[in-house]
Design a protein around this ligand. Structure first.
Ligand SMILES: CC(C)(COP(=O)(O)OP(=O)(O)OC[C@H]1O[C@@H](n2cnc3c(N)ncnc32)[C@H](O)[C@@H]1OP(=O)(O)O)[C@@H](O)C(=O)NCCC(=O)NCCS
Length: 165
């Protein structure tokens, strides 16, 4: 899918944390991640025991247009976060970010990818459903403050040749 020649995706680095935080606070006003959370995630994104995969899309004037992150643990992965700037939403950038994370999960050999999404975030859920995620269950009060419930979703890696063994 294309977003009409939108920005390329690149690895998120520590110098991206400031613009990413600005976008984070704009799209998650109730429960934005702290700077420390991004720092500790990026600390796990390098080296031989690397377990995180974070990408960012550049916006105008040094702003971030979107970002997303994946955590890998064995043969499972979790979508840690994904966000697109309000004025870029609906252009396909979210789909490109998610594609990048699923590709990274595949390269890491993950058969399953999990995520949590607010039960009232139907737009994000539509995106995930389009990519093959299925609802698994509800986590009550997962999002604090605010006490919002989370829908847990899972995507099982498609098998190219399911009949072969
Ligand atoms: C959820 C989110 C990441 C999706 O990102 P996005 O860039 O808007 O996603 P896409 O553009 O790929 O797809 C969204 C919609 O735009 C449509 N779209 C995609 N490309 C398009 C284009 N070129 N022109 C018009 N519409 C387009 C898609 O069909 C899709 O439609 P749908 O919502 O009816 O299914 C974004 O809305 C967001 O950041 N929301 C706030 C943060 C958030 O909720 N994050 C998820 C937390 S779990």
């Amino acid at each position: 899918m294309t977003d009409g020649g939108g920005p390329g995706l690149r690895e998120m680095r520590w110098w991206d944390i400031e613009p990413v935080l600005e976008l984070e606070r704009a799209v998650f006003p109730e429960d934005a991640w702290s700077p420390g959370m991004f720092w500790s995630e990026l600390a796990l994104a390098h080296g031989p025991r690397r377990s995180r995969h974070y990408v960012v899309a550049d916006g105008p004037g040094g702003a971030a247009a979107g970002y997303a992150g994946l955590a890998v643990a064995g043969d499972q992965a979790d979508v840690q976060t994904i966000a697109v700037a309000p004025d870029r939403q609906g252009t396909g950038l979210g789909a490109r970010l998610l594609t990048e994370l699923l590709t990274a999960a595949g390269v890491a050999g993950c058969g399953e990818v999990f995520l949590e999404v607010r039960v009232d975030n139907t737009r994000a859920q539509r995106l995930y459903t389009r990519f093959g995620f299925e609802p698994l269950g509800i986590r009550r009060g997962y999002y604090q403050p605010g006490n919002h419930d989370a829908l847990v979703m899972r995507r099982t890696a498609p098998h190219d040749h399911p009949d072969e063994s």
